[in-house]
Design a protein around this ligand. Structure first.
Ligand SMILES: Nc1ncnc2c1ncn2[C@@H]1O[C@H](COP(=O)(O)OP(=O)(O)OP(=O)(O)O)[C@@H](O)[C@H]1O
Length: 283
C-alpha cells in the first residue's frame, strides 16, 4: 500500500504530494492548505496526509505554524484556502460539532480554559460528555472508572480528587492527555505534551506515549514538539515545518536527517540516534 505522502511545493521531502482526494485510510488530508491572518501567512500551501494507525510528529521552531496546523486538524480552524478532510469529513461541508467529538486534543489553549476548581477526575470524565467543566452532579460509575484508569496510565491516578488549579504544569499535561483519550477518539492530537516537564517527568511521559504508539488499538496520533528529544520511540512519521511551509515529511527513518533538521531550524545541527530516540545539537 502506498504510504504517507506529505510535502509542499519546493519541499525537500522524499515523499510526493498527497493525491488531491483522500483515500479510504486517510485520517487527515490537507491539500494546499493556507492560513492567513491579516497580512501574515501562518500556513503556506501545506499538503499533508496522515493515514490510519500512523503516529506523526510535527517538528519545527517557534512560530513555524505547528499549532495552527494542529488547530486545522482538530477541526477548530478553517483554512483561508485549500481543502481539508478530517476523519473522512470535508471541513466546511459538515457541521464541525459532529467531527470534534471523534478527536482527542491536548493543548495549551485547552489547559488555560479548565476551571481551576475542577476536580482532576472530572476534567477527564467530562470529555466523555463533550464538555469542559463539571456540568452534572453525577457521572456514571463506568465513566469514572475509565477516567481513573486513564489517569493511572498517565501516572497521576493519585491526583484524581485534587483541584486542577493546584496541579503542577507536568501534572496538568498528564491530566489533559488522559482527558484527550477519554472519549475513545479516532484521532489524538497532542500539542507539546512534554513542554515544561522536568527530565524525569519527560522520560516517564515519553515511555507512556511509546506504549500508546505500540498499542494497535490506540488512535492515530499527531504530536507537536520543538525538540527531537521529545519524539517517543515507535512514532512512525515526521513533518518538519518552517515559516508555515513543509521542509520535509514522511517516515521518520528517511525524513529525520541532519540536512532536513538543519534546514528546519536554520542552523547546522548534528543529529544522533540511540535506542530509537533522537538527540540534536549545534555543530
Ligand atoms: N491571529 C494572528 N495574527 C497574526 N499572526 C498570527 C496570529 N496567530 C498566530 N500568528 C503567527 O503565526 C505564526 C505561527 O503560529 P503558531 O502558533 O502556529 O506557531 P508554532 O509553530 O506553534 O509556534 P510555537 O512553537 O512558538 O508554539 C507565529 O509567527 C504567530 O505569531
Amino acid at each position: 500500500m502506498p504510504r504517507p505522502t506529505a510535502s509542499a511545493p519546493g519541499s525537500t521531502g522524499t515523499a510526493g504530494r498527497p493525491s488531491i482526494v483522500p483515500g479510504p485510510d486517510s485520517v487527515i488530508h490537507g491539500f494546499d492548505v493556507t492560513v492567513r491572518r491579516g497580512g501574515t501567512v501562518l500556513l503556506d500551501a501545506v499538503s499533508w496526509e496522515v493515514l490510519a494507525d500512523e503516529r506523526w510528529v510535527v517538528l519545527g521552531p517557534n512560530g513555524a505554524g505547528k499549532t495552527t496546523l494542529l488547530q486545522v486538524a482538530a477541526a477548530q480552524l478553517h483554512p483561508t484556502s485549500g481543502r481539508v478532510h478530517v476523519l473522512g469529513e470535508r471541513l466546511g461541508a459538515v457541521d464541525l460539532a459532529e467531527v470534534r467529538p471523534r478527536i482527542g486534543v491536548s493543548s495549551a489553549a485547552l489547559a488555560s480554559r479548565v476551571p481551576p476548581q475542577e476536580r482532576v477526575v472530572d476534567v477527564v470524565v467530562s470529555a466523555g460528555y463533550g464538555v469542559l467543566g463539571r456540568w452534572r452532579e453525577r457521572y456514571d460509575q463506568l465513566d469514572l472508572d475509565r477516567a481513573t484508569e486513564l489517569l493511572d496510565a498517565m501516572g497521576v491516578a493519585r491526583l484524581a480528587d485534587r483541584m486542577y488549579g493546584t496541579l503542577s504544569e507536568g501534572e496538568r499535561k498528564r491530566t489533559l492527555a488522559a482527558r484527550a483519550l477519554m472519549a475513545d477518539p479516532e484521532l489524538l492530537l497532542l500539542d507539546e505534551p512534554a513542554a515544561g516537564l522536568d527530565l524525569g517527568g519527560r522520560e516517564d511521559l515519553l515511555a507512556r506515549l511509546t506504549r500508546l504508539a505500540q498499542d494497535p488499538a490506540a488512535p492515530t496520533t499527531v504530536l507537536v514538539t520543538h525538540h527531537v528529544e521529545e519524539i517517543p520511540v515507535d512514532f512512525t512519521h515526521v513533518l518538519l515545518l518552517r515559516d508555515g511551509g513543509v521542509v520535509a515529511a514522511g517516515p521518520v527513518a528517511e525524513t529525520l536527517t541532519e540536512e532536513h533538521l538543519s534546514a528546519t531550524f536554520g542552523m547546522s545541527l548534528a543529529l544522533e540516534q540511540r535506542g530509537g530516540r533522537f538527540f540534536a545539537y549545534a555543530r
